[in-house]
Each structure stands twice: as structure tokens, then as C-alpha cells.
Design a protein around this ligand. Structure first.
Ligand SMILES: C[S@@+](CC[C@H](N)C(=O)[O-])C[C@H]1O[C@@H](n2cnc3c(N)ncnc32)[C@H](O)[C@@H]1O
Ligand code: SF4
Length: 407
């Protein structure tokens, strides 16, 4: 019995916890996450520890799990910002707090995002000892000129060294790369540009695959509003690849990764068998996740309805709210049926396997058969009755397709 009603742990979706650490040693010119310069963090580690514990306790009161196996936390994800800057004892204390509240499943996946600059081998070993099982390293490029253009403060060799250490230490090691990066050098005609861009990316990706990663996140560069790259692009000082180039790069990526045994299981995520990110996969399948830390958002089921939580973004404001009021959540709102449907379809269509029609129905989402048929006829959805699955063409036009499906 929960505080709010009769939802048993068995009836609840699986539970993960997301912990946000909002600091980075340098802010990258393309990034619009909730990030702040590490030099601005003046608070004591004991205050951070108390604040995370307070917010976890608040979340537990709203979304308990019971102590049965089914109610335990199955995955924790330390994201940022740069959580490899966290002292390992703070990571361990947060995991102990989660275990004392919901209980941590014996085989829980504990992921942490790292920047090569803050990932020397002894530090990674200390994070492993604190309980981290999976490391996700922000490599971005295996090319020094590209790293410089992205405003990164590490070299390709340093990133590779950190990744090799992560492979030795963790159950799963993953890296992020950003492709379809700004175009430099003399401008070519469009066909030559696509050819040269694809050849260079295929060389880089092949070198990356030669490291035998178990998992990779490959993101196309997005020019986000309110970033340095956005103002440079607006002033004509940043040449962004044309759509044709981006599509060609995406197709080359799928081809090379599939041939190397790391097919995409989600639009940007590739893994060998058994090394999918369980935390993100559970979210994409409609799982609950408690969002803890400055700017973190979460999705938790209360009284059978998905609720969205959003925390204060400013680290100092969040910290003060946690220490004074017991949490830094700015809002907690029940999703409307339409919002829940949009989210379920949007996340499901990003998955290579798509989403089961029955699974959607159980979550209260009924899709219009006429719209499904029209999208199948246009080659955007695969022609399968039980599963809604985007085709390769559909994945390139995801926002358009979702707009048509839910209009
Ligand atoms: C929290 S960061 C990873 C860890 C660490 N902060 C780092 O950058 O090394 C998450 C990832 O998001 C990706 N990312 C951030 N902004 C992006 C953008 N505008 N376009 C594409 N990918 C982006 C990067 O690949 C980055 O590694
Ligand atoms: S990409 Fe990573 S290191 Fe760079 S600002 Fe974003 S979170 Fe920080």
C-alpha cells in the first residue's frame, strides 16, 4: 500500500534513479545541458551529500517500492555535467542511501558519465570500488583538430587511454562520439563535400570500432539555442553540414556498426549483445525514474498515473532548497493522457525494435489505424501488426512522423 493508494510494487513499472552532477571543468560551446563551471562550486561535499539524501528521501515518500525484489532500484545513472568530478565517497554514500530506501537490486547497473580530463586510472578504480559498474566516456572525436574545434580540452590519445583503462575496470565501457560536425577547410561542391565528409567519418569510426567497444553513443551534432555554436552559426562563422551529408553519415554509421557487431538498439546507441544500457532502455520502455539533483527531471508513477518532476536548475538554489525544505523539486505534475501517449510513442519509435501495440494499450495509448496504414504506405513505419517500428527512412524523419501519428 503506498501513501497515495493501492499501487503495489508488483504493479509498478521498474525503477531507476538518475543523479545529476551539474559541474564541468570547461563548458563546451555546443552543450546546452544544465552545466556550470566547476570553479563555481563552493559548497562542502557534506552539504551535497545531505542534499542528495534529502531529495532521495522525499522521492521515496512519494514513490516507495517496498522491500520486495520487484520494488528495488534496478539501475542508477550518474549524469551531468561531469559526474567523474564527484568524489568517489560521495558516489558511494548516494548508493548507500538508495539501498537504505528502496534497496538496490543485487545485479543493479550503476552508470557514470566521465570526461577524459577527470578519468585517470586510480580515480576510475576508486569509482569502481564505490559501486559503479558501467562507465560512459565523453570522447566526442578521435581526431585532435576536431576536438579543438569542439572546444574540448583533451587530446584523442588521452581519450583513448582513459577508455582503455575503463575497459579494464568496469563491466561495461562506452564512449560518446559527435559526428556531422562543423565543416572546415576550403568549400567544395555539395557532392564532393558529402563524399569527403563520409570518407573521413568512416575512417574515424573504423578506428573507434577497432578498440572493440561494448557500447557506443553516436550523436549527430545539434546546434542548440543559447549556445556559443548557435551564435557562431547565426553569424555565419560555423558551417554546419547539409541535410544530405547528415543523412549519408547516418547511413554509413549504421552500416559500419552493424558489420562490426554493434547494431543500433536506439537511434544513437549501439551495443554488442548483453551490453545495452539497462537504465536508458527501461526509460524508453516506459519505466519509472526518480530524478535527483539540480535540473534533474523524473517520471514516477503515483496512484497509477505518470508524474513528471523537475528540479531547480541553479545548483546553489537547489542545494539550499534541499537543505531547508527537504527537496529541490520545483514541480511535480501528473501527465495528461495525451502527454503520456506522445511520450510513449516518441520514446518507443526511437528503439530499433519499436514498441509493442499491446504494451502501448496497457499504458492507455491507442493509435489511429488509418494513420498507421498511411505511414506504412509512405515507408516510414514497418508493415507489422503487433509492433510499431520506424523504418530507416522513418528514423531520419522521426519528428515529422510522430507529428502525423499523433495529430
Ligand atoms: C554529459 S555529456 C558526457 C560526459 C562529459 N560531460 C563529457 O562531455 O565528456 C553527454 C554527451 O552528450 C553529447 N552532447 C552534448 N551536447 C551535444 C550536442 N549539442 N549535439 C550532440 N551531442 C551532444 C556529448 O557526446 C556528450 O558526451
Ligand atoms: S559536453 Fe560534457 S563536459 Fe562539455 S559542457 Fe556538456 S556536460 Fe560538460
Amino acid at each position: 500500500m503506498t501513501r497515495f493508494g493501492a499501487t503495489s510494487a508488483e504493479a509498478l513499472p521498474p525503477l531507476g534513479v538518475y543523479i545529476h552532477w551539474p559541474f564541468c571543468t570547461a563548458i563546451c560551446p555546443y552543450c546546452d545541458f544544465n552545466v556550470h563551471g566547476a570553479h563555481k562550486n563552493n559548497a562542502a561535499v557534506t552539504d551535497w551529500q545531505a542534499a542528495y539524501k534529502a531529495e532521495l528521501t522525499h522521492a521515496y515518500a512519494l514513490r516507495p517500492g517496498g522491500k520486495s525484489e520487484a520494488g528495488k532500484v534496478e539501475t542508477v545513472f550518474f549524469g551531468g555535467g561531469t559526474p567523474s568530478l564527484m568524489p568517489p565517497h560521495l558516489v558511494a554514500a548516494i548508493l548507500a542511501d538508495i539501498d537504505a530506501l528502496w534497496g538496490l537490486a543485487d545485479n543493479a547497473e550503476i552508470s557514470l558519465e566521465a570526461n577524459p580530463v577527470s578519468a585517470p586510472r586510480p580515480h576510475l578504480q576508486a569509482l569502481r570500488a564505490a559501486g559503479v559498474t558501467r562507465l560512459s566516456l565523453g570522447v566526442q572525436a578521435f581526431d585532435d583538430d576536431a576536438l579543438k574545434a569542439l572546444g574540448r580540452t583533451h587530446s584523442a590519445a588521452e581519450a583513448q587511454e582513459a577508455f582503455l583503462a575503463a575497459q579494464d575496470i568496469f563491466d561495461t565501457a562506452s564512449f560518446d562520439l559527435i559526428y556531422a560536425r562543423p565543416v572546415s577547410g576550403p568549400q567544395q561542391n555539395p557532392e564532393q563535400a558529402v563524399e569527403a565528409g563520409c570518407a573521413a567519418w568512416q575512417r574515424e569510426l573504423s578506428a573507434a570500432l577497432a578498440l572493440s567497444p561494448q557500447h557506443m553513443s553516436l550523436y549527430q551534432l545539434t546546434i542548440e539555442p543559447d549556445t556559443v555554436f548557435h551564435s557562431r552559426a547565426a553569424q555565419g562563422r560555423l558551417a554546419v553540414p547539409h541535410e544530405d551529408m547528415a543523412a549519408a553519415l547516418y547511413e554509413a554509421t549504421q552500416r559500419l556498426c552493424t558489420a562490426a557487431g554493434l547494431p543500433a538498439y536506439e537511434i544513437s546507441n549501439h551495443a554488442i549483445d548483453g551490453h545495452h544500457c539497462r537504465h536508458n532502455s527501461a526509460i524508453w520502455h516506459g519505466g519509472d525514474y526518480v530524478g535527483i539533483g539540480p535540473g534533474a527531471h523524473g517520471r514516477i508513477t503515483i496512484d497509477g498515473r505518470k508524474h513528471a518532476s523537475m528540479a531547480h536548475k541553479q545548483p546553489q538554489l537547489w542545494l539550499a532548497a534541499c537543505l531547508e525544505d527537504g527537496h529541490g523539486w520545483q514541480s511535480l505534475t501528473a501527465l495528461s493522457a495525451q502527454e503520456a501517449a506522445e511520450e510513449a510513442v516518441m520514446l518507443g519509435l526511437r528503439l530499433a525494435d519499436g514498441v509493442g501495440v499491446q504494451a502501448l494499450v496497457q499504458r492507455g495509448v491507442a493509435l489511429d489505424p488509418q494513420k498507421l496504414t498511411a505511414l506504412k504506405q509512405d515507408g516510414l513505419l514497418a508493415a507489422c501488426d503487433d509492433v510499431v517500428q520506424a523504418t530507416d527512412k522513418g528514423r531520419l524523419l522521426l519528428d515529422y512522423m510522430i507529428g502525423r501519428l499523433l495529430a
